[in-house]
Design a protein around this ligand. Structure first.
Ligand code: ADP
Length: 614
């Protein structure tokens, strides 16, 4: 190979000092010589290159193109070829981009390679950023407009057409100001001009008219396109339609103003607290409530003002508000500036935080000190009354019990004496003793029952009671009393139903109604007992043809001891029967009602559930 050097044309110092890659190939493609730039630029020695396929020193992606170029250079016509670019591998594994030119002459090929790596990188970047800018221009959801110093539109993006409604091309070369609301034109024009003067982004919001005539609100941000020679000739403006946002903001501002008015005028205290219970916002009413100025409470933990014994209640209420998202009410005491405790009731709810954990809650607080004091007084009065009532019932029940024992012996002994004597005067007197004794005993029994009912100690045993038997039995008992008054007692429609009741008590109620129907009847009047079953309810009615009950007496009918001013008539009675009957019927799960036509008569009706098996 060294011998070949003598046949290489003498290219002298120029060949050895060139910073470009110089290489000489034989017409068979064999590498004859390279200059030191191969070492300086790529790190290769001639010895390392010689005899090795050239493709080994080329980027894999460029091998094919390089081989094609090589082939043309060797086989093609004798001429200079320029501009082929590939990437040559350096010894350290990196690549340099080389622009080649080659000359074929007399069977030699001289190839010159210039390092264009840096230039290529710049070009690539430029291409890339141009592509990015174009893509942004096409795809931007906002309008992008480029204007010149005369404020005429040079170019506008496709989206501009949607925002303004004018065909994009139609606006080129014309001013963009004519669609701006006349009142806003001065500020927009000033902003546009300013954009050319300063090296900053300018922003302006304004109203404009859409091509279809409706008003839109826009926000424009602009920046001049700098160039090195002289003042900027163009500026780019990005415009966004903020109509909806502007409307929302206006509505929001209005709502806020309303809210503020409510907070400022509310009689209740309105507070906004955070998760730690710190008061972020306090309404003026709280000052009136606690005597502490708003600003002395704002930013303070709410617990600071709360009675020690009530703090746990409040802590758990705050936890429920924030962690469980429930509207929560709590009652606690707050210290007034003058030292006394104000009892308040607060109701709070967390503010919706769009699915995130709430960070604040609104709490409305009312001073309930007065109603609490009233409640307290009422509670005392009620328990006092209950105590009195219980004592009275206890007294009544004891008294009646104590009275019954001696009375029974009076009646018993008078009956014994009746058997011992046949003297009509003595018998008449004993008869009086006996009757009065019975009367007194009934009265005592009724008082005992009433007091038992009032103290809730009445016991009823509910069983199946055959209705027809009960009616016949009671009518039998009462007939004598009816006959004495020349009255007729008849049994009307009667069912054989079983009623769910306490037999003794139901008997007592029915006898009482029958007795009243006789006592308050007219001479030769009639008393009718009838029953009917409607669904699961038995109705047992006693009707009479007597005086009736006037409307103004209705309310007093079931009041114990109230005889509705009938005392003067001489009709015997205590005024306890109906009160007792009503209470007994209700104790058995039924009702006692009445219907009356003054002067014509009354109907008293017991309703009780039908018996449906045990
Ligand atoms: P008493 O019959 O012992 O007075 P009640 O409690 O049985 O007491 O009745 C209260 C009052 O209702 C009676 O005094 C009477 O004035 C009125 N009253 C009750 N039943 C009838 C009736 N069937 N017709 C008219 N008035 C009646």
């Amino acid at each position: 190979m060294k011998d070949d050097k003598s046949t290489v044309p003498d290219i002298g110092d120029f060949f050895y000092s060139s910073p470009d890659l110089l290489s000489v190939f034989g017409n068979d493609g064999e590498l004859i010589q390279v200059n030191p730039a191969w070492y300086d630029m790529l790190g290769w020695d001639f010895d390392e290159l010689r005899g090795v396929p050239f493709a080994n020193f080329v980027h894999p992606d460029d091998v094919q193109a390089t081989e094609d170029e090589f082939r043309i250079a060797i086989r093609g016509p004798d001429e200079t070829r320029r501009g082929f670019i590939n990437r040559q591998r350096c010894r350290d594994g990196t690549y340099r981009t080389i622009s080649w030119s080659s000359l074929r002459k007399d069977g030699w090929i001289c190839a010159t390679g210039q390092d264009v790596t840096d230039r290529q990188e710049i070009q690539d970047k430029l291409n890339q950023s141009t592509a990015v800018a174009e893509a942004m221009f096409e795809a931007a959801a906002d309008s992008i407009v480029i204007i010149d110093r005369d404020l005429n539109i040079v170019e506008s993006s496709p989206e501009s057409e949607r925002i303004y409604g004018y065909p994009e091309r139609g606006r080129r070369g014309r001013t963009g100001l004519n669609i701006v609301h006349p009142d806003d034109r001065p500020i927009v024009e000033a902003a546009l001009r300013r954009t050319f003067e300063i090296d900053e982004v300018t922003t302006v919001s304004f109203r404009a008219r859409h091509a279809d005539g409706h008003e839109i609100t826009l926000e424009t941000r602009g920046r001049a396109l700098r160039n090195d020679d002289g003042p900027p000739a163009r500026a780019v403006f990005i415009t966004r339609d903020i109509t909806a946002a502007a409307q929302t903001q206006a509505a929001l501002a209005e709502n806020l103003a309303k809210m503020r008015a409510i907070i400022d005028t509310a009689v209740d205290s309105i507070t906004v607290i955070d998760r730690d219970g710190t008061m972020i916002e306090v309404s003026p009413a709280s000052e009136a409530m606690y005597g502490i100025p708003e600003e002395d409470r704002r930013g303070h933990p709410v617990l600071e003002f709360v009675h020690y014994n009530d703090q746990a209640v409040l802590v758990s209420a705050i936890r429920r508000i924030f962690d469980e998202g429930e509207a929560t009410t709590a009652r606690f005491r707050v210290r007034h500036e003058d030292g006394h405790w104000v009892t308040v009731e607060s109701r709070g709810r967390a503010l919706d935080n769009g699915g995130e954990l709430p960070v604040a809650a609104v709490v409305i607080t009312r001073d309930i000190s007065e109603s609490v004091a009233l409640e307290h007084a009422l509670e005392i009065a009620r328990s006092e009354a209950e105590r009195h009532d219980a004592a009275k019932s206890e007294f009544m029940s004891r008294m009646s019990h104590e009275l019954r024992t001696p009375l029974n012996s009076v009646i018993g002994f008078s009956q014994l004496l009746q058997m011992e004597t046949s003297d009509p005067d003595v018998l008449r007197m004993l008869g009086h003793i006996n009757n009065s004794g019975q009367h007194l005993l009934n009265l005592i029994n009724e008082i005992l029952d009433i007091s038992r009912i009032e103290s809730g100690r009445i016991i009823v045993t509910l069983r199946a009671v055959p209705l027809d038997d009960l009616v016949r039995d009671c009518v039998g008992i009462i007939t004598l009393q009816a006959n004495e008054r020349d009255l007729e007692v008849e049994i009307g429609e009667i069912t054989e139903a079983l009623v769910r009741a306490d037999q003794q008590r139901l008997r007592q109620v029915l006898l009482n109604l029958l007795s009243n129907a006789i006592k308050y009847n007219r001479p030769r009047g009639r008393v009718t007992v009838s029953t009917e079953v409607i669904d699961d309810v038995v109705r047992l009615s006693v009707s009479d043809t007597g005086l009736g009950i006037s409307p103004e007496m209705v309310e007093r009918l079931f009041i114990p001891f109230d005889r509705l001013n009938i005392e003067s008539t001489g009709i015997e009675g205590t005024g306890l029967g109906l009160a007792l009957s009503k209470n007994l019927t209700e104790a058995m799960g039924g009702t006692l009602t009445f219907d009356s036509t003054p002067g014509k008569g009354s109907v008293f009706t017991i309703q009780l559930p039908i018996f449906k098996g045990s």
